[in-house]
Design a protein around this ligand. Structure first.
Ligand SMILES: Cc1cc2nc3c(=O)[nH]c(=O)nc-3n(C[C@H](O)[C@H](O)[C@H](O)COP(=O)(O)OP(=O)(O)OC[C@H]3O[C@@H](n4cnc5c(N)ncnc54)[C@H](O)[C@@H]3O)c2cc1C
Length: 315
């Protein structure tokens, strides 16, 4: 086997991975960043990025291009190459990273593979993604100011995001397929008290239809099985799918402890229980999953990797 030796392999080219690539170069690490599909990760799932300091109303692609240019300008090597496995190379403490296009023998690894929003699975969900279907209320809520939004999901984060949306939207219809919400009683009470919120229990969204933007929504009553189609002016409403996220932690099996939802447990230096293996961004257990926190994690992880390798670090 012909494995290329590296100080550091960064898995994932979202904001956490790209920020790690920038900080790895600042420590003069010989690193490579491997991205499975397209640079930017979840940043390219939305037309407008909110809440990234200094770049109001950024478009996702523009921000990714700027991060990539900054990393490559410093000499970072970034490859489009999906990683298929990650393992410890015997007792050496080094890692074997197998990607479709090559194998790496790495002294340290940062996994910045992110998380995917869980999809609800109704007809039209993919078609209207970013144009009527959103997976992040904090990010996209502003686009629905004074509009009607449907929230799919009955867990704590769906309920909290529904309350957040009720401050912006004219009406929030929370659609829950069971006869109760899973969210904590206090949050459910708050939803019930909120005049802008309507709860539709035992209901599922089965389809969205329209032109550029959605203009109709089909809802099934799970008690009777009957589906009703509601029509609205095109673009006057949106659907937030808030049924959880799926962390991309399959590569970490056996190497890293995970919480009950599957997120990687790290310390505040992004270190895991395996020396030399760091996790940054949405894949790790943390209170806020946004671009700014992913970029911060990537910076800390690369600096921790440099320290682990005995190199002088900033800060
Ligand atoms: C619709 C939507 C809108 C959002 N809007 C905002 C917003 O306005 N503001 C904000 O701050 N945040 C927003 N977010 C959240 C933000 O995008 C994420 O918190 C952030 O992108 C997480 O960064 P990350 O680098 O940890 O992971 P990701 O962005 O998920 O990137 C992970 C990358 O790793 C790659 N990868 C996974 N597995 C492998 C593998 N085996 N090999 C190689 N590569 C792999 C993936 O392809 C992906 O590119 C939004 C999220 C969504 C879904």
């Amino acid at each position: 086997m012909n494995a290329e030796k590296k100080d550091l392999v960064i898995i994932g080219g979202g904001p956490a991975g790209l920020s790690a690539a920038i900080y790895a170069r600042r420590s003069l690490l010989d690193a490579v960043t491997l991205e499975r599909e397209a640079l930017g990760g979840q940043m390219i799932l939305t037309s407008e990025i909110d809440n990234y300091p200094g770049v109001p109303n950024a478009d996702g692609f523009g921000l990714v291009e700027a991060m990539q240019a900054q990393a490559e300008g410093l000499g970072a090597r970034i490859e489009l190459d999906p990683v298929e496995s990650l393992e410890l190379a015997g007792e050496s403490g080094r890692f074997l990273v197998r990607a479709a296009g090559g194998t790496y023998d790495a002294a340290s690894v940062i996994v910045a593979a992110g998380a995917q929003p869980r999809h609800a699975g109704f007809d039209g969900e993919e078609r209207f993604q970013g144009h009527g279907v959103s997976y992040c209320a904090t990010c996209d809520g502003m686009f629905y100011r004074n509009k009607h939004v449907f929230v799919i999901g009955g867990g704590n984060s769906a309920a909290e995001e529904a309350l957040f949306l009720a401050r912006l939207a004219s009406k929030v219809t929370v659609v829950v397929r069971k006869d109760h919400l899973r969210a904590q009683a206090a949050i459910v009470e708050e939803l019930e008290r909120n005049e802008r919120v309507e709860l539709r229990l035992m209901t599922s969204v089965v389809a969205l239809d329209g032109g550029e933007l959605p203009s109709s929504i089909a809802l099934r009553d799970n008690r009777t099985g009957k589906t009703t189609v509601e029509t609205y002016d095109e673009g006057s409403f949106g659907v937030f799918v808030l049924v959880g996220r799926v962390p991309e932690t399959s590569l970490l099996e056996g190497l890293v402890d995970l919480d009950e939802a599957g997120y990687a447990l790290t310390d505040d230096r992004m270190a895991t229980r395996t020396p030399g293996l760091f996790v940054a961004g949405d894949a790790r257990a943390k209170p806020l999953r946004q671009i700014v926190t992913a970029a911060a994690d990537g910076a800390v992880a690369a600096t921790s990797a440099a320290a682990y390798l005995g190199l002088p670090v900033e800060g």
